[in-house]
Design a binder for this molecule. Structure first.
Ligand SMILES: Nc1ncnc2c1ncn2[C@@H]1O[C@H](COP(=O)(O)OP(=O)(O)O)[C@@H](O)[C@H]1O
Ligand SMILES: [Mg+2]
Length: 378
C-alpha cells in the first residue's frame, strides 16, 4: 500500500503558468489546497491558488519554507533547476523526482535513454563547437536542425540547417553553446501520448493525440489521431516503457514523429501535463490534470474514456486587432473557452485555447478552427 495524501492536504507547484493553473483547478474540487511557487506575483496559477510564494528558484530558504508547508510538490515546467528540486525533496516528496528532471531537461540525455531502450529517435549528435558541428553534420546529414541542449521550448533555441551555408548562422543563433544536431524528419504526422503513472505503477493514457505545429508552436490537437490501431498501440507501448524506466509519478507527454511507413521516432519528453492533453478537460471522464493530481497524491487513477475532440491554441497575435469576439466564437455550444489570465497579449504568447467536441475528430477540428476564425471576423 502506498501512502495517500488525503483531500485537505496541500499540493505545491513549482512554476506558475497556465499548466499550474489548470492543475490547481483540478485539485481544488477534490478538496486539495494548492500552493504555487514562482518568481513573479499575480501569475496565471497564483490567481486561482490557495497560497502563493513569490521567490526565485535559487532562494534556498524560500524553497525549504515552501516544502515544509506542502504534503507533496509537483512541477508545471521542466526547467526548474534540479538543485532546487533536490532541496525540496529533502523535506517533502517531489513528483516527478529530480532524477526524472535530470534526464528530461537535457535533449541529449533523453534521446540517449530512448536509444538504450531501443526506441527510435531522429539521428543526432551532441556538439560543443563549430568544428564539432561540422563533424556532426557529416554523420547526421542535411537537412538538419540544431537545438540548444537545455532550456528550449516552443521552438526557441532551434535553427534549421538546410545547406552548408546555414551552419555559421545556426551556430550563432543558438548562442554558440552546447547543442544537439538532429536530422530534420520529413514526418507524415506529429502525435503525442499523454500518459500517467501512479505511485503504485498504474499506467493510463488518453490514446494518441495528433498535433499540428505552426512556427514550432502547437497550433491544433485532434483526438483520436487518424492512425491505425497497430501504430497507436505501438506508440502507447513506447510511452509506457519510458514512464516505467524513469519511474515517473504523474503525467508525462511523449512527443513523436510518424513516418508514412508507420515508423515512430520520439522527438521529446515533457515530464508534466502537456498542451496536447488540454482537450481531456472536456473530452475525458478524467482529465490529464485530475489524473496528475491523483497520481502524485497516491489516489487510484480515474477512467480515461474519451470522446472525439479538438483543441486550438489562442496566441497573443489574436488580440492585434483588439479584443477577440468571444460571443461569436462561443455561438457554437459545442465549443469551450479557456483563458489563462495573462494580462499582456504578446505575439506568440499562449493566452488560452478552445476545445470542441464532435461526432468524429475531423468534425471537432473543423468546429474548433471555425470558432477560432470567428474570433477575428469584423
Ligand atoms: N528533428 C526534427 N525534424 C522535424 N521537425 C522538427 C524536428 N525537431 C523539431 N521539429 C519541429 O519543431 C517543433 C518543436 O520542437 P521540439 O523539439 O519539440 O522543441 P520544443 O517543443 O521544446 O520547442 C516540433 O514539434 C516539430 O514540429
Ligand atoms: Mg516539443
Amino acid at each position: 500500500m502506498t501512502t495517500m495524501i488525503r483531500p485537505g492536504g496541500t499540493i505545491g507547484i513549482f512554476g506558475n503558468g497556465q499548466l499550474g493553473r489548470m492543475i490547481a483547478l483540478a485539485a481544488q474540487p477534490m478538496g486539495y489546497r494548492v500552493h504555487v511557487f514562482g518568481p513573479e506575483a499575480g501569475s496565471p496559477a497564483a490567481q486561482v491558488a490557495d497560497e502563493e510564494t513569490v521567490a526565485r528558484y535559487d532562494d534556498r530558504t524560500a524553497v525549504e519554507r515552501f516544502a515544509r508547508r506542502c504534503d507533496v510538490i509537483t512541477l508545471e515546467f521542466e526547467n526548474i533547476p534540479v538543485e532546487t528540486v533536490r532541496w525540496a525533496e529533502a523535506i517533502t516528496p517531489v513528483r516527478p523526482s529530480s532524477g526524472v528532471l535530470e534526464v528530461t531537461q537535457h535533449r541529449v540525455r533523453e534521446k540517449t535513454l530512448c536509444v538504450d531502450l531501443e526506441i527510435g529517435v531522429p539521428s543526432f549528435a551532441s556538439v560543443d563547437s563549430l568544428e564539432s558541428l561540422h563533424d556532426a553534420l557529416r554523420g547526421v546529414g542535411l537537412p538538419a536542425v540544431l537545438k540548444t541542449t537545455t532550456l528550449g521550448y516552443d521552438g526557441k533555441g532551434q535553427a534549421k540547417i538546410a545547406t552548408a551555408s546555414d551552419v555559421p548562422g545556426a551556430w550563432s543563433s543558438i548562442g554558440a553553446r552546447e547543442g544537439i544536431l538532429e536530422s530534420f524528419v520529413a514526418f507524415d504526422k506529429e502525435v503525442s501520448v499523454v500518459a500517467a503513472r501512479g505511485l503504485d505503477g498504474s499506467f493510463t493514457n488518453w490514446g494518441l493525440m495528433e498535433n499540428v505545429h505552426a512556427n514550432h508552436v502547437l497550433d491544433t490537437t485532434v483526438a483520436p489521431a487518424a492512425v491505425d490501431d497497430q501504430t497507436a498501440d505501438h506508440a502507447i507501448e513506447i510511452a509506457r516503457q519510458i514512464l516505467e524506466h524513469l519511474d515517473v509519478v504523474g503525467v508525462m507527454c511523449v512527443e513523436m514523429f510518424l513516418g508514412a511507413d508507420g515508423a515512430i521516432l520520439v522527438n521529446e519528453l515533457a515530464p508534466r501535463v502537456h498542451n496536447s492533453g488540454h482537450l481531456t478537460i472536456e473530452a475525458a471522464f478524467t482529465s490529464q490534470f485530475e489524473q496528475h493530481v491523483r497520481a502524485i497524491c497516491g489516489v487510484p487513477p480515474g477512467a480515461t474514456t474519451m470522446r472525439p475532440s479538438a483543441m486550438a491554441n489562442l496566441l497573443g497575435d489574436l488580440w492585434a486587432g483588439g479584443e477577440p469576439q468571444w460571443d461569436v466564437a462561443l455561438a457554437d455550444g459545442d465549443v469551450k473557452l479557456h483563458l489563462y489570465g495573462k494580462s499582456e497579449a504578446r505575439a506568440g504568447r499562449k493566452m488560452g485555447h478552445l476545445t470542441a467536441l464532435g461526432a468524429t475528430g475531423a468534425e471537432a477540428l473543423a468546429r474548433v478552427v471555425a470558432a477560432r476564425g470567428a474570433l477575428r471576423k469584423a
